[in-house]
Design a protein around this ligand. Sequence first.
Ligand code: ADP
Length: 190
Amino acid sequence: MLNLVLFGPPGAGKGTQSQKLIEKYQLVHLSTGDILRNEIANGTQLGIEAKKLMDQGLLVPDEVVIGMISNKLDANRDARGFIFDGFPRTVAQAEALDALLLSKDTSISVMIALNVDDQELEKRLLLRGKDSGRPDDANPEIIRKRIEEYNSKTAPVANFYKSQAKFVSINGIGSIDEIFTEITKVADTF
Ligand code: ADP
C-alpha cells in the first residue's frame, strides 16, 4: 500500500495536491478538515462540538479525530492506499495512526512536507477566505491562531516521522504542477 501523509501549515496547498495525487495513484483521500466540515453541514453532535473549536482556530480533541480516521480506514478495506491530509496533527495522533495501520498490517510510507513561509500563508488564507466561505479563513486573528496551533502542536509531528526516517520536505512555493512533480518523484520511489 502507498500511504502518504501530506504535511504543512494551513494554506500550504495540501488539499490541492491531494486531489492530483488521488487521481494519479488511485488513493483514498482522508482529510480530517473535510470530514469535520461534513459533520458540521449535517448538524451532527460531533459537528456541533467541533465547530465551536474550529471557529476559534483551535484543534479538536485527539480522540475525536482518531475515531473518525479509524472509521474511515474500516470503511475502505480494499483501498490501494491513503492520503492523510491534515492528520496527524499532534504526536498523539501520529502514535495512534501507527497503531491503527499496524493492526491492518500496513504502515505510513512517507510524510511529505510542503514548505511555505508564514507571510505567504497568511496571504493565501485571506484570499481563500473570500470565496471558501470558511469562517476560520475570514479573520486574520483566527488565521494567526491556527498558525500558532500548528507551530506548537503540529510542527513536532515532523520529528516523529524524521525519527523513523520517513520525512521528506519539498518547496511549497511555485506552480501547482511544479510542486506536484516534486511530490510524485518521492511517491514513485515506493
Ligand atoms: P487547514 O489545513 O487549512 O488548517 P483543515 O481543513 O485541515 O484546514 O482543518 C480545519 C480545522 O479543523 C482545524 O483548524 C482544526 O480545528 C480542525 N481539524 C482538522 N483536522 C484536525 C486534526 N487532525 N486534529 C485536530 N483538529 C483538526
